[in-house]
Design a protein around this ligand. Structure first.
Ligand code: IMP
Length: 205
């Protein structure tokens, strides 16, 4: 008999993020069936950390749907801006700010700044209803360009470079191979495999 894969909900209403999470998972060996099309109330990101907000979203969505949920919270940390926009990346240019406005503000704040080092950080929380969250991270170091380059991806992708290319200049496949989100998803699958291994009986029964 073939085992039925466990169902998982990706706790995001951002279509760009959903697309990327699903594309990264599609390239990996993982045990899940991703359930789409479910509804849940909006979750306010009120915690001061990425990890806290990822847990808020995963807990709320697992409670609303009754299914295990995986939530990603991501921030861009710019050294010359003391780690900003960080946990406020979605609303850097104000509440409900569009990607364009956030990138404009970042380029303006970084005008003439020499130290352009930055990193994307993703925290993922995985919550099975009634259990403690599992939290993992993915980090990718890069630099902030002086102008937009490339028209692929979303959010800050056109101004975040890894090596000499921005995420916006990479194909989806190239970004999904190296991104902060891919790192975090790989860490999640590895952590779940590890915890399964440590609770399995020695004979695998
Ligand atoms: P959040 O995780 O939805 O709070 O995302 C914060 C903000 O970071 C989003 O609004 C995007 O602008 C940006 N962001 C998240 N992930 C990425 C990414 O992979 N590339 C570029 N920008 C991103």
């Amino acid at each position: 008999m073939t085992a039925v894969p466990p169902q998982v909900v990706v706790a995001s209403k951002n279509p760009d993020k959903l697309r990327e999470v699903e594309a990264v998972l599609a390239r990996m060996e993982h045990p899940w069936q991703i359930v789409r099309g479910l509804e849940w109330p909006d979750v306010d990101e009120t915690e001061p950390t990425l990890e806290g907000n990822a847990v808020l979203k995963a807990v709320a969505v697992s409670e609303a749907t009754g299914l295990p949920a995986l939530a990603d919270d991501t921030g861009l940390e710019v050294d010359a801006l003391d780690g900003a926009p960080g946990v406020h990346s979605a609303r850097f240019a104000g509440p409900e700010a569009a990607y364009e406005a956030n990138v404009d503000r970042l380029l303006a704040d970084m005008m003439g700044v020499e130290d352009r080092t930055a990193r994307f950080r993703t925290a993922i929380a995985f919550v099975v209803p009634g259990s403690e969250p599992l939290i993992v991270n993915g980090v990718v170091e890069g630099t902030i360009t002086t102008e937009r380059r490339g028209d692929r991806g979303f959010g800050y992708d056109p101004v975040f470079a890894v090596g000499d290319r921005t995420y916006g200049e990479m194909t989806d496949g190239e970004k999904n191979e190296i991104s902060h989100r891919a790192e975090a998803l790989r860490a999640l699958v590895a952590a779940l495999e590890g915890s399964r291994g440590s609770t399995d009986s020695p004979d695998g029964a």
